[in-house]
Design a protein around this ligand. Structure first.
Ligand code: FAD
Length: 292
């Protein structure tokens, strides 16, 4: 099932993200967390690839399990910046052989220490090159791309970032998923600007439930996202009480999702971070809205 065909709903629909284990010993626990999330019957599940210092080795295994064992459509992430053309070609062939048709085409972060390196010799500099390659390899692939309501940290200004985004979409992205954000107005503003530039593909907002205080620093560092005062107050008040912080973080994410839906957005992706209890709680908070 292509993700693009799942995005035509009029009612709210939820999807979740998981990340693969770093080592083989972690495989079973990720598999079981994935199974718990799959049982919640999300619209689809995405599996990251080497994100945040993680591994890329098990992305396909986890993605294949989700699809074959639990019948949930999967979106396998793939990055290119630290890879050669040959490695990427091999990966694409493996993806095809695994029967996966939905691919999130990403550049990936520039490896540490390489930020100022001469990039002219690199096989890949931007995600747009991977998008082109995937579409050329199989026009039937359904391709997702990343977008940044608060601009990508390397971009000098939003205008340039959106022009590059347009180029990526024109190269073959069928939909875009956003970086996490904690103030919905930033997303609404971004949507207005990209639509104005002729980007018409579906945009799936990505929501990160912050369930412990340590996660805040990591999330901000990774994404550069703005933390509204309302969110900071919540962390100040509950940060030292893990159970209360988790409840408050889930409530905040739920509130963001309700506001998105109230403003016409019908597909939301949750960065559920291999936490079935968090995914389950968000769905139960939304049960009447989802009609479940
Ligand atoms: P690009 O689209 O290439 O953009 C990167 C920067 O280059 C931007 O500033 C853009 O404006 C600029 N740019 C693009 N094209 C050009 C051009 N032609 N000329 C000049 N500048 C240009 N990382 C992982 O490692 N694994 C994952 O699984 C993963 N999943 C993610 C999922 C989502 C939804 C998001 C939002 C991010 C994810 N990331 C992941 C992080 C992502 O890899 C990084 O944010 C990375 O720095 C940029 O990737 P990109 O695909 O957005 O790059």
């Amino acid at each position: 099932m292509k993700i693009i065909d799942l995005l035509k709903n009029e009612k709210l629909s939820m999807s979740f993200e998981v990340f693969p284990p770093k080592t083989e010993s972690g495989f079973e626990s990720v598999k079981s967390a994935t199974e718990e999330i799959a049982k919640l019957n999300p619209a689809f599940m995405s599996v990251t690839y080497g994100a945040g210092g993680g591994t890329s080795k098990y992305t396909l295994d986890i993605a294949k399990n989700i699809k074959e064992l639990y019948g949930v459509p999967t979106l396998a992430h793939l990055t290119c910046v630290s890879s050669t053309k040959q490695t990427v070609k091999d990966k694409i062939e493996q993806i095809k052989a695994a029967g996966i048709t939905n691919i999130m085409a990403l550049r990936g972060d520039i490896p540490k220490g390489m930020e100022n390196a001469d990039r002219s010799e690199w096989d890949y500099k931007y995600a747009v090159e991977l998008v082109r390659e995937l579409k050329a390899y199989n026009p039937d692939f359904c391709i997702g791309g990343a977008c940044y309501p608060e601009i990508h940290p390397e971009s000098i200004n939003q205008r340039d970032d959106i022009l590059h985004l347009k180029e990526k979409v024109d190269a073959g992205c069928d939909f875009l998923t956003t970086q996490m954000f904690f103030d919905n107005n930033l997303l609404y503003n971004f949507l207005y600007k990209i639509r104005e530039q002729g980007i018409t593909v579906p945009i799936i907002p990505g929501i990160m439930p912050i369930t412990n205080a340590n996660q805040v620093e990591r999330a901000v560092k990774l994404s550069g996202s703005f933390m509204p005062q309302r969110f900071k107050s919540l962390v100040d008040k509950f940060g030292s009480d893990p159970a209360a912080m988790k409840q408050a973080g889930i409530a905040y994410a739920t509130d963001q999702i309700i506001d998105l839906y109230a403003n016409g957005i019908t597909n939301v992706h949750v960065y559920s971070m291999n936490k079935p209890d968090v995914a389950e709680k968000i769905l139960s908070n939304l049960s009447d809205i989802l009609g479940k």
